[in-house]
Design a protein around this ligand. Structure first.
Ligand code: BDP
Length: 332
């Protein structure tokens, strides 16, 4: 497995070597290039597997000229760090939650609003349809983003987990719950009755273990894969966030690629989106079953109360995107 140090060393070699990727322009359009990709999840997790398979397709299609080197499992830090490395071209690709991307391209924050989607089927309809394409284009065209959007992935439904159940907002009183780095999420948790704590995913396991936070919120595959369920045995089905995931490419590297390579990346990117979805559905079913078998208690909650409690967050952050939110609501 590659370490962070190997990665940094590889970057240096890359910056001075013949096969230049991550430099402002790829020296020769047809140069051999190893595209570095990263994900917070380990090998085998649906998002990682889909990008690894995408890399194999690239390799086959270009007879080995283009390939993907995956840096999984938070080797390169949390999602904020991965996005920054992609923006400067130290990484070519990263798969992240839309959560932190909303701090780069504001319009994406509509997907980060609590209860903006009725359910996962609704979310899929939206990302697969015109709104999904428009927002993907926004990422690519926003001058400050320095990213090229390649595709969406599924991130399921996020529920709160801790040592105790949270059936109503009152139950969350005084509870420090880790949220992803974006003010919307901290305010969402505060509105839900708890104390939202913004923290990188790479710091969370220790924070749960040491009691720096009382709990966190995520989908079943993440709760299982990252062993958080060993500390937090109660999973309250709040369903407050259904946030798509996204994989993006470095604009800096992209601009040095030939039109043909760009088109190929877009094609295999679209295929990765479909592959991840199938892997995801299997993983959600399996992890739900494994969590239950390990003694994690799945608790039904007063969802309406959480929905109503979070209205101020939707009002505050949704006001400027009212037309878009209406279109999302109207997507049946
Ligand atoms: C997981 C997402 C991952 C996020 C993580 C988080 O797949 O992209 O980093 O949540 O909570 O569900 O930070």
């Amino acid at each position: 497995m590659q370490t962070r140090r190997d990665f940094l060393r590889a970057s240096v070699i890359t910056a001075t070597g013949a096969a230049v990727v991550g430099a402002p322009r790829v020296a020769a359009a047809q140069a051999k290039a190893v595209l570095k990709a990263s994900d917070v999840h380990p090998l085998g997790y649906p998002t990682v597997e889909a990008v690894v398979r995408m890399g194999k397709k690239l390799e086959t299609a270009t007879s080995g000229r283009l390939s993907v080197q995956m840096y999984p499992a938070m080797q390169l830090g949390g999602e904020k760090e991965m996005l920054e490395q992609t923006q400067v071209g130290a990484l070519q690709m990263c798969r992240v939650s839309v959560g932190p991307v909303g701090t780069i391209v504001d319009e994406l924050n509509v997907f980060n609003l609590p209860f903006v989607f009725r359910d996962e089927a609704h979310m899929r309809k939206v990302i697969d349809g015109p709104i999904g394409s428009e927002l993907m284009d926004k990422i690519t065209s926003a001058p400050n983003s320095r990213l090229v959007g390649l595709g969406w992935m599924d991130g399921g439904t996020r529920n709160v987990y801790a040592r105790k159940a949270f059936k109503t907002p009152a139950d969350l009183k005084g509870q420090k719950i880790r949220m992803m780095g974006n003010p919307i999420f901290v305010e969402t948790m505060n509105a839900m009755g708890g104390n939202g704590i913004s923290m990188g995913f790479n710091e969370l396991y220790t924070a749960l273990q040491t009691g720096v936070v009382d709990g966190a919120e995520n989908n079943p595959p993440t709760l299982l894969t990252h062993n958080h369920y060993q500390v937090s045995k109660v999973y309250s089905l709040t369903g407050h966030l259904i946030i798509p995931e996204i994989f993006v490419f470095s604009r800096r590297t992209w601009d040095g690629l030939s039109k043909e390579d760009q088109a190929l990346l877009k094609k295999v990117g679209r295929e990765a989106q479909a592959e991840q979805r199938a892997l995801w559905d299997t993983m959600v079913a399996e992890s739900t079953q494994k969590l239950k078998a390990s003694g994690v208690e799945f608790v039904d909650v007063d969802k309406k109360a959480f929905y109503e409690a979070t209205k101020p967050v939707r009002d505050k952050y949704g006001a400027k995107w009212a037309a878009l939110i209406k279109r999302i609501e109207d997507t049946k």
